[in-house]
Design a binder for this molecule. Structure first.
Ligand code: ADP
Ligand code: MG
Length: 132
């Protein structure tokens, strides 16, 4: 059964002009694009979006990074979309990400790692409301 997932292009990749390349990578990997929206998170929204990480040492840095510029939310559909999209983005740390993954190609550091993807159906249901 086809399911949906959410990819968010982070401010580093938007500033680096990688939106097109990232959408191309999604399409080449047979994700159907169902929606695209660019926005800038307020600090409050960013804290809510990343609330599962509240209390971690990198939380403040992460929130400040995600509000530093525009982000692009992309709704995608594919068989087993959540798991397949996590595979396609690669490891959180671009240095460890497998060749061909989005973070391998476009990530610069563990903070500036180009994209976010929902990691469960529950996360998807919560995160999608920030864009659609
Ligand atoms: P992922 O984005 O792969 O699901 P996590 O959910 O663990 O990774 O972390 C959310 C985001 O927080 C990461 O994408 C990254 O931008 C940032 N992050 C995670 N771990 C660290 C860390 N050790 N230092 C700095 N930033 C981090
Ligand atoms: Mg995560």
């Amino acid at each position: 059964m086809k399911t949906k997932s959410l990819l968010v292009i982070k401010p580093d990749a938007v500033k680096d002009k990688k939106i097109g390349r990232i959408i191309q990578t999604l399409e080449e990997n047979r994700f159907e694009i169902k929606g695209i929206r660019m926005k800038r998170f307020t600090k409050e929204e960013a804290e809510e979006f990343y609330s599962p990480h509240k209390g971690k040492h990198f939380f403040e840095k992460l929130v400040n990074f995600i509000i530093s510029g525009e982000v692009v939310g992309i709704l995608v559909e594919k068989e087993n979309a959540i798991e397949k999209l996590r595979e396609l983005i690669g490891d959180t740390d671009p240095e460890k990400a497998r060749c061909g993954t989005i973070r391998y190609m476009f990530g610069k550091s563990i903070t500036e790692n180009a994209v976010h993807a929902a990691d469960s159906e529950e996360s998807f249901n919560r995160e999608v409301t920030f864009f659609f």
